[in-house]
Design a protein around this ligand. Sequence first.
Ligand code: 16G
Ligand code: MG
Length: 542
Amino acid sequence: MDLSAITKHSALHAKPSGLLLQYGTAGFRMKAEHLDHIMFRMGLLAVLRSKQTKSTIGVMVTASHNPEEDNGVKLVDPLGEMLAPSWEEHATYLANAEEEDMQRVLIDISEKEAVDLQQDAFVVIGRDTRPSSEKFSQSVIDGVTVLGGQVHDYGLLTTPQLHYMVCCRNTSGQYGMATIEGYYQKLSRAFVELTKQASCSGDEYRSLKIDCANGIGALKLKEMEHYFSQGLSVQLFNDGTKGKLNHLCGADFVKSHQKPPQGMEIKFNERCCSFDGDADRIVYYYCDADGHFHLIDGDKIATLISSFLKELLLEIGENLNVGVVQTAYANGSSTRYLEEVMKVPVYCTKTGVKHLHHKAQEFDIGVYFEANGHGTALFSKAVEDKINQLTRELEDKKGKAAKILRNIIDLFNQAAGDAIADMLVIEAILALKNLTIQQWDALYTDLPNRQLKVKVADRKVISTTDAERQAVTPPGLQEAINDLVKKYRLSRAFVRPSGTEDVIRVYAEADSQESADSLAHEVSLAVFDLAGGIGERPQPGF
Ligand code: 16G
Ligand code: MG
């Protein structure tokens, strides 16, 4: 390590004194103006991680669905997974080091992790379309180069595309080619193959309106469109030419407000979906004949996918274990449907993709989705080998099912939940099963629900257990929630500190919207009173 060069360059990306940040659920995220030092330091850390794992590491500059003025950064581990937990701690430690401690902290981390400093390092970088992102990638590059690492800057990418690149580079191209064309070709080839097998035709099955949240998804879909146009025609809205990133549009807006995005007119029967700002989330929706809006969230996506996979396995005659992983936000109706009707085991983990991903790896086929639309399906190596063997051996109906499964495996970005990949999987399944969006929606009826936020002085006073479904502290809060829940039918409620905002989140569901709203409100009051609420007391009405 050239320690004096590090000190010199670090001073060019000086940390505002007193600023303390934490590597959260999805890396560092906040107002862009405070993040330059974090970018430089994550460049440094990526080099250490690359040397330690002797693999390519990814750095993604994005703040996903946050407002345009925010930004963020996260590291991507060798197989395209989220950064290992012990390294999240190092990231926080390095991020908060004062300038004069930088050298010591870097040496400290290297020693703790037995990093061979002579080892080569390679880091790949991607960024979203925020105004601050380009400059920030330069700061990351500065960090990488000052520690002697090599860099490949992919420029504008969706978050899942960067995960894909990292995975390709560390598996010697087995997962795919580590180029943007490689990504487009791999997904589109599988998609077009699948739709060729679909018996239904007619334009209504093959066209989709996409709200791109004024983000990177629009740019990448424009590039990709002609690769898959044989199987699907897309109409892009909120493509970034006019509106502001994530403003009144995008998956997060549509899911949390349960209404259509601005800038997109929806006619009866039209199939529509929304991406978030870095295209790793997707939700679907449509308007019925009476003009009512219907949201199809991550839970229903998981249901469609897992039931289709189960049907294929039945056809092939393979007894593989399929599991679905959700979080506490999953609608109660979805969990019931999966368990009771579909007979699929369902597991609940803490919020955050890494928790779901980890659990899903325990199954032959693990389908995981957060209600907010983050998710994918993971196939174990054994399953993949088995399917490959069957596609070679069988020519009959079973062989056909095996081929479909082979293409589905190719289509999912298994390195990370990916709005583009998920969209193509969903479109392929709807075409193959000849399902309309209304028929898909009718699998089960969501229980009415409501999410609220409460401001408190210190959100750490609330701690939870049982995959965030029970509050352990402050004393009395869980008892209060239990009493409130008892007042309503088919009801459930929980609270948790947000990992991305300085608030407590409240979730409630019940048999009617009125009940869900009133339960959510009462729980907010309990949080405000027992967990040190600040500002105005929560008011009823939304
Ligand atoms: C992050 C997570 C997302 C989670 C959300 C919860 C990743 C890539 N993203 O965006 O999975 O749903 O945080 O936010 O893990 P909250 O803690 O503010 O409710
Ligand atoms: Mg996102």
